[in-house]
Design a protein around this ligand. Structure first.
Ligand code: 1PR
Length: 549
């Protein structure tokens, strides 16, 4: 497809979009200066993060007016996520005006009854149709109401009398119905990420690139959206790959028992359960809704640019079209030559290599400790704040590595306690969950509720909640811990550690209300296939993404 251009203002992961387009057999050229926009025959404008940041970047780089002129010229345009939001007049997120192509402003989701960001896979209600057919592009660009697509955003645009002729599809999250796709003539845009929406998303991209990109409006019939009794949001099943260099220096996927990754057969080798890129691809094909890599080796003496996990991400994102998270080592780092890289620069390397989110472990504990030492004041310098500011909260996950500390009576500690179903060694019925750093090797005087609430205030977008006592035990999730965290924050929570049977997933969704559940060992050892988890969860009445091919 000659003349296919991408406008990138430097936010987040555009590598995945390029990879998706290449995977479909097309090449795309980056807009390098404002005058390039007029050269495009078809233009894709992706965006993540903050509305104000995106609009300021468009204006300061001189792209805003040429972009408006391009859209007005009638040539095909596709916006993605913030690339769709900028078409509106503005956003309650920022005072910066939008492009003003579509009437209305984006507003924040209400988080009183649901987690915000809206992060995960959801359905679409198509409002436009072409019953008598058309010689141009099909109005729905291959969007399929039976499939689900990947969303990650805190702000949304609402259907109204003023913009109704623009609305191609709406989606319901909780009791809020919002615009998930717009279309009119040469303009098409999605709030979700097609490049992260598996084969369903690839089909949509293909439709835009290979079709005319021009819908004959005279053939289009519209209807208003219908609010449903229950929303159509699905719970995510995530495959996690703990990656480290083994004793021969090769990168392997490993899995410990309560964080100990050495074989117990006397050899004491690092357990080797496969190669990271191959395993990630397998899980994508089997229906994983996300893939998380946790780098559990610190590659000392390695300059940031040579970190082996960057290559793992680059290769994975060539064939895995669901969100990728990377954790381990997200902090300020110093190269062997003394060059210092602040955490947001480290995160930026990973985003440019194909990661959608970074997960912060030890450094988040130190950020929270400083936050409390500062009497709950933010200073704008922490890894969480700087990464969230540059790439958006949705890109910042906090990986928590807590362990139980038993007490006879909640009064015996100042920490937040829960009544635990597994009594302590001396019959204690209560415990608090102590945060650890350095892969669980060092406990701190901070409990998990203190950590997650501080991180939420600092701007984190999601919690990945492990439990050292459950990790690798196949004994089920730590429900008391998970419920207490789910109730303490408004951002999405991923339950992790201990999955052993398909029933464990249903239990954690039903009893704690988490948005996602993660497992490692059972998938790596092929004890419980991902498909079996999905089928069982679905049969139990919890909505999950159907496996798409
Ligand atoms: O501190 O920011 O460098 O991050 C280090 C990251 O590496 C943290 O996210 C930490 O959880 C992880 N990590 C460090 N050491 C280990 C280890 O195992 N020795 N892995 C480790 C933690 C926990 C989960 C696991 C689930 C599910 N692994 O990743 O996948 O518990 O397992 P299961 O389903 O088999 O029970 P930083």
């Amino acid at each position: 497809m000659p003349g296919l251009y991408m406008l990138d203002y430097g936010a987040g992961n555009v590598r995945s979009l390029v990879n998706a387009i290449n995977h479909l057999g097309y090449e795309i050229t980056f807009v390098k200066e404002p005058s390039d926009i007029a050269l495009a025959d078809k233009l894709i404008f992706p965006g993540v993060g903050d509305f104000g940041f995106a609009m300021r970047a468009l204006r300061t780089k001189g792209y805003a007016e040429p972009l408006k002129a391009y859209i007005a010229s009638g040539k095909p345009f596709m916006g993605i996520c913030v690339g769709m939001q900028t078409l509106f007049e503005g956003s309650s997120e920022s005072d910066e005006p939008g492009l003003g192509v579509i009437p209305g402003k984006t507003i924040k989701f209400d988080n009183t009854t649901k987690a915000v960001p809206h992060m995960g896979w959801n359905h679409m209600q198509l409002l436009k149709n072409q019953p008598d057919g058309s010689t141009g592009q099909a109005v729905n660009y291959n969007i399929d109401e039976d499939k689900v697509y990947y969303f990650v955003h805190s702000y949304c645009a609402r259907y109204s009398e003023e913009n109704k002729d623009w609305v191609l599809a709406t989606t319901q999250y909780g009791d809020e119905v919002f615009i998930s796709s717009v279309q009119k003539g040469n303009v098409f845009a999605t709030q979700f990420h097609p490049e992260k929406s598996g084969y369903a998303g690839l089909g949509l991209l293909k439709s835009f690139i290979s079709g005319t990109g021009l819908v004959d409006e005279k053939t289009v019939i519209s209807k208003p959206p219908v609010k449903l009794e229950q929303d159509t949001f699905t719970r995510r099943i995530i495959a996690c790959l703990d990656v480290r260099a083994n004793d021969s220096g090769d990168l392997v996927v490993t899995k410990g028992d309560q964080y100990d990754v050495r074989e117990t057969d006397g050899g004491n080798d690092v357990r080797n359960l496969g190669k990271p890129v191959e395993l990630a691809k397998r899980y994508f094909e089997e229906g994983a809704d996300e893939v998380t890599f946790l780098n559990i080796t610190s590659f000392r003496n390695c300059p940031l640019g040579d970190t082996p996990m960057l290559e793992v991400l680059k290769r994975t994102s060539e064939s895995v079209f669901v969100p990728l998270t990377i954790g381990g080592g997200i902090r300020d780092v110093t190269d062997p030559d003394g060059t210092v890289h602040p955490a947001f620069e480290v995160a930026g390397e990973y985003f440019r290599s194909g990661a959608d989110k970074v997960s912060i472990g030890s450094d988040a504990v130190y950020c929270a400790e400083n936050f409390f030492a500062n009497n709950g004041k933010k200073d704008g310098t922490t890894a969480i704040e700087t990464i969230a500011e540059a790439y958006g909260s949705q890109a910042v996950v906090i990986s928590v590595d807590p362990r139980r500390v038993y007490v006879k009576d909640p009064k015996d500690t100042t920490h937040n306690t829960v009544k635990n179903s597994i009594p302590g060694p001396n019959g204690e019925q209560y415990c608090w969950y102590q945060c650890t750093v350095k892969g669980g090797r060092e406990g701190r005087d901070l409990d998990v509720i203190q950590l997650v609430t501080a991180c939420e205030q600092l701007g984190a977008g999601e919690i990945l909640l492990n439990c050292m006592d459950r990790d690798g035990t196949n004994s089920g999730f730590e429900l008391e811990l998970i419920s207490s965290v789910r109730n303490a924050v408004k951002i999405p929570v991923i339950a992790s550690s201990g999955a052993g049977r398909v029933e464990d997933f249903v239990e954690v969704f039903e009893k704690t209300g988490v948005e996602a559940a993660l497992a490692a060992g059972i998938f790596h050892r092929e004890e419980v296939p991902l498909q079996a988890v999905k089928e069982f969860v679905k049969e139990s009445g919890v909505a999950v993404r159907p496996i798409d091919t």
